[in-house]
Design a protein around this ligand. Structure first.
Ligand code: GTP
Ligand code: MG
Length: 370
């Protein structure tokens, strides 16, 4: 029988472990986050928290990710996936660039990094952090609505001279809705009119109580321009990641999410995929949204061809039948026939959606196909 720890289940639903413990306690099950629960209880919790239970079965036409089916023993630590959000001009891109500058591997590769929408930074202690190039709040929300919860940690950038602005507040509410832990990076502290304390105070109005104010949200003063506080920020990301106990099974057929996709003149359809579990390899047959394909090449964020990509690793995937959408799941399957069947089915569902004027529920779509 399948079991799962409370924390792991919480991770998969992007909920807080403590909230699950609370719910389980109410149901008469006093457990801690590190204890395991059985599949029935896990499924009950999934429903309780408003998520969908998805089972994979060969007889299903479609296949979906996020099934509760990796044995606990198969799970190994994986790097955290971090998204940087904040108001216009508060320094998101500058901070990403500065953090990228701390990459010990990028230096070895000659410092030439290409833009693939996501990249991994290796620290001196060899640990890795995956950063998603700020997708904008809309993309973040849209991907989440499509079931693609790829972000483990949000870094909220607030410029210390400008303070809390409309998009800062928007980012706070999106992060809360996603149930993702936040680290506040108070940027531009090199400026003469910087006022970090005022930022902390204003955050209280939005129920964000940072450590300095006696709360639990980590905050750190940085200057992306002068490269101040970066080590501190990285340390806090690692600390937060440790608390989340992020793990995935690298030893299974790969699943991932499209971060961005485009039609490249020379290379054809190209998708940047963040692997969520399993290991994606050259030659793998896959379904990706309503597209299918066979991995012709994998290119990492340093522009190097690689043979495989494991959990939390972002790679460019070549060999797609067409251009998928951001947020689309990628799943490795056994045969090309199966890949085409699933892709064709999905394409028909999308087509149906476009031609029906009435809002179609999944049920009506199914009956329409019978
Ligand atoms: P958008 O992508 O347009 O939303 O902006 P952003 O949040 O990515 O900000 P960006 O990194 O482009 O920085 C905006 C401006 O602030 C640039 O002129 C940066 O040079 C400047 N800037 C960023 N970080 C710092 C900092 O730590 N100190 C100072 N003094 N200026 C900074
Ligand atoms: Mg920017």
């Amino acid at each position: 029988p399948e079991t799962i720890t409370v924390q792991e289940l919480a991770n998969r639903m992007a909920e807080k472990g403590a909230d699950l413990v609370k719910s389980l306690f109410k149901m008469g099950m006093p457990v801690t986050v590190t204890q395991t629960i059985d599949q029935d209880t896990a499924e009950l919790m999934v429903t309780e928290f408003g998520h969908n239970i998805v089972r994979v079965s060969d007889s299903d036409i479609d296949i979906q990710t996020d099934t509760v089916d990796d044995a606990v023993e198969s799970l190994l630590p994986r790097p955290p996936v971090v998204t940087i959000m904040g108001h216009v001009d508060h320094g998101k891109t500058s901070l990403l660039d500065a953090l990228r500058g701390t990459d010990v591997v990028a230096g070895e590769a000659g410092g030439i990094t290409q833009h693939i929408g996501a990249y991994q930074v290796t620290q001196k202690d060899k640990s890795k952090i995956t950063f998603l190039d700020t997708p904008g709040h809309e993309a973040f929300t849209e991907m989440r609505q499509r079931g693609a919860n790829v972000t483990d940690i949000v870094i909220l950038v607030v410029a210390a001279d400008d303070g809390l602005m409309p998009q800062t507040i928007e980012a706070i509410s999106h992060t809360k809705a996603a149930g993702v832990p936040m680290i506040v990076a108070i940027n531009k502290i090199d400026k003469h009119d910087a006022n970090a304390q005022k930022v902390r105070e204003r955050l209280l109005e939005h129920d964000i109580q940072v450590e300095e104010m006696g709360g639990e949200t980590q905050d750190v003063e940085v200057s992306a321009l002068k490269k101040l506080g970066l080590d501190d920020l990285i340390e806090k990301i690692q600390l937060q990641a440790e608390l989340l106990e992020l793990r995935a099974n690298p030893d299974r057929s790969a699943e991932g999410t499209v971060i961005e996709a485009k039609l490249d003149k020379g290379r054809g359809p190209v998708a940047t995929v963040l692997v969520s579990r399993g290991t994606l390899r050259v030659g793998d047959i896959f379904v990706c949204g309503a597209e299918s394909g066979k991995v012709r090449a994998l290119i990492d964020d340093k522009g190097r061809q690689v043979k495989e990509a494991g959990p939390s690793v972002p790679v460019e995937v070549l060999g797609l039948s067409g251009v998928p959408m951001a947020g689309d799941p990628l799943q490795v399957v056994e045969t090309e026939a199966r890949a085409r069947e699933v892709a064709a089915y999905r394409a028909s569902v999308i087509q149906n959606k476009r031609t029906t004027t009435a809002p179609a529920s999944l049920e009506t779509m199914f009956s329409a196909l019978k």
